[in-house]
Design a protein. Sequence first.
Lengths: 113, 112
Amino acid sequence: NAGVTQTPKFQVLKTGQSMTLQCAQDMNHEYMSWYRQDPGMGLRLIHYSVGAGITDQGEVPNGYNVSRSTTEDFPLRLLSAAPSQTSVYFCASRDTGGRQPQHFGDGTRLSIL
Amino acid sequence: EDKVVQSPLSLVVHEGDTVTLNCSYEVTNFRSLLWYKQEKKAPTFLFMLTSSGIEKKSGRLSSILDKKELSSILNITATQTGDSAIYLCAVLWAGNNRKLIWGLGTSLAVNP
């Protein structure tokens, strides 16, 4: 049972570069989300999706894009990386009704130089 | 504005001590409260609480919800160095987008 799989685990980018963080889940969860975690700031929601074809913004969406073409996959795109986007990123999934807890991927540590 | 507040922000104890971590919330449309433990990697699930006054227990960890006081506590008895982690509390909002509202966490350090 793989759960939530995130890739890559580490990445270093230069300012202005773009990249995609991959996230896949095998639990048939409708709800998927992306967070960033910074010291002293807690977990902040970037974007979320309640099902294939549906996405919405969270608290800190600027500079990020998402799409949800399948139930399993929810990639996060950085359009033009900035040093302020240096962070640890977590993908998560759960059932929409909230009857079960949210599961997290192992995270991606991203540094923007 | 909906919010979740955890206290204390950090705590240092000795092995064998008992600790109580607090989580209070102001959420207009409450569905459940969740506790997570975060070590070096991703948060891992501990408890989900939906009903007031019913204790959930797992080994040396236990948690209870008080809907009247809008709060929850997480107890850890006979602490071990492996309990050192950040403990996160989140409230699931019952509205349309089912958002999770997160506290900032309590950083627990257990010294040998």
